[in-house]
Design a protein around this ligand. Structure first.
Ligand SMILES: [Zn+2]
Ligand SMILES: [Zn+2]
Length: 418
């Protein structure tokens, strides 16, 4: 059947919508005249066709409302902006949050993760945490943005044209015929050309996005099908991006593994140190550049009363002229372990040895050494002990505040127990 021309008002000649009754009411001049037979038939045919369009009605429902402010804003952010501006910022914030999280975990499990985990474990953990908290949300965010954009393009392509005159009806996006808009409708097909139109899209927003696709006579089902194909493609790219970003984890783990293979790290690996004979090692790294620095010998546990003496290099003077001796060791301890010192005779003039236990301030990155617990004082012919509050490397500062001659021997020994 040949479709008739767009119906014009008998009074003023403007294109007018048919309405739903027997007569046409011109919205411009108010003239009423009966709907011509050919137009009434066309209207009836469309009513019948419309009954069977279940999918179209669902789509009118789901696409009918214009995007909200946030969706419009998110849809207008470019991918380049996300990767170049937002991502690096989020990367830094995420890294700080992960460090903070590991710090809290460290405190709660009574262990300095920095010490007790191998580098492979730390870097793998950080890699997994960053992937989950940053990589996955970014990729999903970008996918969501593409979908938001896809939906907006679809909506803009289907949006009806605004009225051409004040007080007039919305017009078909394809043939510009006036549309009969029932109350509450979000979309409908044009009587003349059959193109589907969305009715609630704000013109100010649509005009920026309206494409040549708007001119095509197409149904909302066709447009939605193209969108589904696009979505399937985007999902494949989503999976690919998630997989690609996951490479980050083995790369970081490998970096940690390489660090672990370096046996010259200082302090040595905590896990190895607690697995073998306990040893207090000098807290300064042996280095050929420090050829003139004094290195105290390693001090093994469980030797009973041995000999301990300060070197002349360990004799210091404060600004006020007070003389003291100090030596620093490192010792690996597990949470709850008790270090017990035993003493025999001390040299004349030496009243007590003080031991200060310190761990690194940051449980994740190491850093400065902060005192853990009270100072331990060891007097001649007695014992004193210290309980490790967490698993970590400890720096033990041995202090004597009495001015004695260097190389005088203290009888002292130490052991580790529960
Ligand atoms: Zn008129
Ligand atoms: Zn049309």
């Amino acid at each position: 059947m040949e479709k008739p021309e767009i119906l014009r008002c008998e009074g003023c000649g403007a294109p007018v919508p048919l309405g739903t009754g027997k007569d046409v009411h011109c919205p411009y001049c108010g003239v009423e005249f009966p709907v011509p037979e050919a137009y009434a038939q066309m209207r009836q045919a469309e009513v019948q066709r419309d009954v069977g369009r279940v999918e179209a009605h669902e789509l009118f429902e789901s696409l009918g409302d214009p995007p909200g402010f946030l969706a419009q804003a998110w849809g207008s952010v470019s991918s380049g902006c996300i990767w170049l501006v937002l991502w690096p910022f989020a990367f830094v914030v995420d890294a700080l949050l992960i460090a903070k999280g590991l710090e809290i975990v460290s405190r709660n499990i009574g262990a300095t993760l920095f010490d007790i985990w191998s580098n492979t474990q730390i870097y793998t953990g950080v890699g997994v945490a960053m992937y989950v908290t940053l990589g996955v949300p970014t990729v999903l965010g970008i996918y969501g943005r593409r979908r938001t954009k896809g939906k907006q393009h679809l909506q803009a392509a289907l949006a009806a044209l605004p009225p051409d005159r004040e007080g007039g009806p919305a017009r078909c996006r394809s043939c510009a015929a006036p549309l009969d808009v029932p109350d509450g409708a979000t979309g409908l097909a044009c009587l003349y050309c059959g193109a589907d139109n969305l009715l609630r899209m704000p013109e100010a927003w649509v005009s920026k996005l309206r494409s040549s696709a708007s001119k095509l006579v197409s149904t909302i089902e066709d447009v939605a099908k193209k969108d589904r194909e696009m979505r399937a493609k985007e999902r494949r790219s989503l999976a690919w991006q998630l997989g690609w970003l996951a490479i980050f984890i083995p790369v970081l783990a490998g970096f940690g593994f390489v660090l672990d293979r370096d046996t010259s790290t200082f302090p040595p690996q905590w896990s190895k140190a607690v697995a073998s004979e306990r040893l207090m090692i000098p807290a300064i790294r042996k280095d050929t550049a420090k050829w003139d620095t004094y290195f105290a010998p390693d001090w093994p546990a469980d030797l009973g009363l041995g000999f301990f003496a300060f070197d002349k290099a360990e004799r210091k003077t404060t600004a006020k002229g007070t003389v003291y001796f100090m030596r620093s060791y490192l010792v690996a301890l597990k949470a709850g372990e008790r270090v017990t010192f035993d003493s025999g005779d001390f040299p004349d003039g030496a009243r007590a040895l003080g031991f200060t236990f310190r761990t690194q301030a940051s449980a994740v990155f190491g850093g400065s050494w902060q005192q853990e617990g009270e100072d331990v004082y060891l007097y001649p012919n007695s014992t004193a002990s210290y309980v490790a509050p967490r698993s970590a490397w400890y720096r033990v500062d041995v202090l004597l505040v009495d001015d004695i001659a260097p190389d005088r021997q203290f009888r002292v020994g130490w052991k580790v127990g529960e």
